[in-house]
Ligand binder design. Structure first.
Ligand code: CO
Length: 427
């Protein structure tokens, strides 16, 4: 069941260990497609039939394609929104003093990490470094992917009860070991990785670095029916939306892909889904075509938002976690997510509209509603639809091991989601 869509997804995931890298890779792809980069602090001018993109704070990106006939009376925005960040261990600002003869560096837990999955894995370290060079403050993405670090689990002999339920203290038990005491430390490795001549340790001003799994993504299962990879939540949906946008030519609506950082920590930041990034971008698209605020508000009411975030597949070893009617299965197609308390933004009209897209694309779809006795997660969907008042739907592909360092999904579902998104982007 190998296919080129998943091959491309796995390459994207492995080269995108952090939201910064994900956005840099999407930017590279967009430029290959002759998309034009716009800056928030410059005047914008847009032309019919062209694709543009704008990046905020290096970790959120919005791309949009204007229909060939420009913006007409019936235009609105057809949007897929997803997120670029995933739960992980983030380096704290200052190094630790050595413990015994171990070199360590403390971490903050970013998002809802399945902590146990990070034990005894080979870890790399990537992100953004800020440093002084020639009297100027500069910023660069780095990836230390040829040195491996580790959070070692305690031996069973020293914790005989461990298999009754592993209890991990997020502050004390999750500190990665970087090496043994020596004259060199992590700062020296970062300096080497920056590849800037003459730089010294005190030129390093600030680090925004994240640990991540060193292992490559792969297909899995007897028939390659699975994907095993980190960050499927939510790089899989980020990738699917970009591929669909590239493929489908919009006829009347502006097609928009909005990928936000900070979903896993609540979306409330300048580049998060709770910010003005999407609304100001959409309004500025209208302004390029001499649309007034009145026109823009009318365009919003003709718009549609698919909030795309991975869904929980039915788990064979925990069959009681789904109700028997709402059990999304791997490789059985996109999952429409509903929740009466509006943790998902789907309503019956947006549900029906997506179901029609799936029918048109000849793709099956599934439905998820949680158990009343298990609280459900949320997505950028309710946040963006609350801010903008756009008709919104929550969907995602089914996966297991969500928020583990290594997740698992289906190799057929990815293409089906791309097809469903393409139906919307064609409008
Ligand atoms: Co997610």
């Amino acid at each position: 069941m190998k296919n080129k869509e998943v091959d491309s997804l796995l390459r994207f995931i492995d080269s995108s260990p952090t939201p910064y890298h994900a956005v840099a890779n999407i930017r590279k792809d967009l430029r290959k497609q002759d998309a034009i980069e716009l800056k928030e602090d410059e005047n914008w001018s847009c032309e019919a039939g062209k694709t543009y993109f704008v990046i905020r704070k290096d970790s959120s990106i919005i791309s949009f394609e204007i229909p060939a006939k420009g913006i007409t009376e019936n235009s609105g925005f057809n949007i897929v929104a997803a997120h670029t960040d995933s739960p992980c261990l983030k380096l704290k600002p200052l190094a630790r003093k050595s413990v015994g003869n171990y070199q360590q560096w403390g971490v903050e837990i970013y998002g809802g990490v399945l902590l146990n999955s990070w034990l005894d894995r080979d870890l790399c370290l990537s992100g953004r470094v800020s440093y002084m060079n020639d009297g100027e403050l500069q910023h660069k993405l780095i990836s230390i992917d040829n040195k491996f670090f580790r959070v070692p689990q305690l031996a069973i002999h020293l914790d005989r009860e461990v298999n009754k339920g592993l209890v991990l203290n997020a502050e004390t038990h999750m500190v990665p070991v970087l090496g043994l005491d020596s004259k060199e430390d992590l700062n020296d490795e970062i300096l080497r990785e920056l590849k800037v001549k003459g730089l010294k340790a005190n030129d390093l001003k600030s680090l925004d670095l994240f640990f991540h799994d060193a292992a490559e993504s792969t297909y899995g299962g007897l028939k390659d029916e699975f994907i095993y990879a980190p960050r499927l939540d939510n790089l899989a949906m980020a990738h699917a939306s970009c591929v669909a946008q590239e493929k489908a030519k919009p006829s009347e609506k502006v097609s928009v892909v909005a990928l936000f950082d900070h979903e896993e920590v609540g979306s409330e930041s300048a580049q998060g889904a709770g910010s003005n990034f999407l609304s100001s971008t959409l309004e500025r698209i209208g302004l390029c075509f001499k649309k007034e605020r009145e026109d823009f508000l009318q365009m919003l009411s003709r718009s549609f938002l698919i909030s795309a975030d991975m869904a929980h597949a039915f788990h064979p070893n925990y069959t009681d976690r789904h109700d028997s009617e709402h059990r999304p299965l791997i490789n059985k197609g996109p999952v429409i997510k509903t929740n009466a308390r509006q943790r998902y933004a789907t309503d019956s009209k947006t549900f029906a509209r997506f179901a029609v897209y799936c029918d048109q694309a000849e793709v099956p779809y599934q439905v998820f509603a949680g158990r009343n006795d298990i609280p459900c997660g949320s997505t950028v969907g309710p946040i963006v639809s609350t801010r903008l008042g756009i008709d919104t739907l929550d969907v995602g592909n089914p996966q297991l091991s969500m928020h583990s360092i290594r997740e698992m999904a289906g190799s057929k579902d990815h293409k089906m989601m791309i097809k469903a998104f393409s139906e919307m982007f064609k409008e």
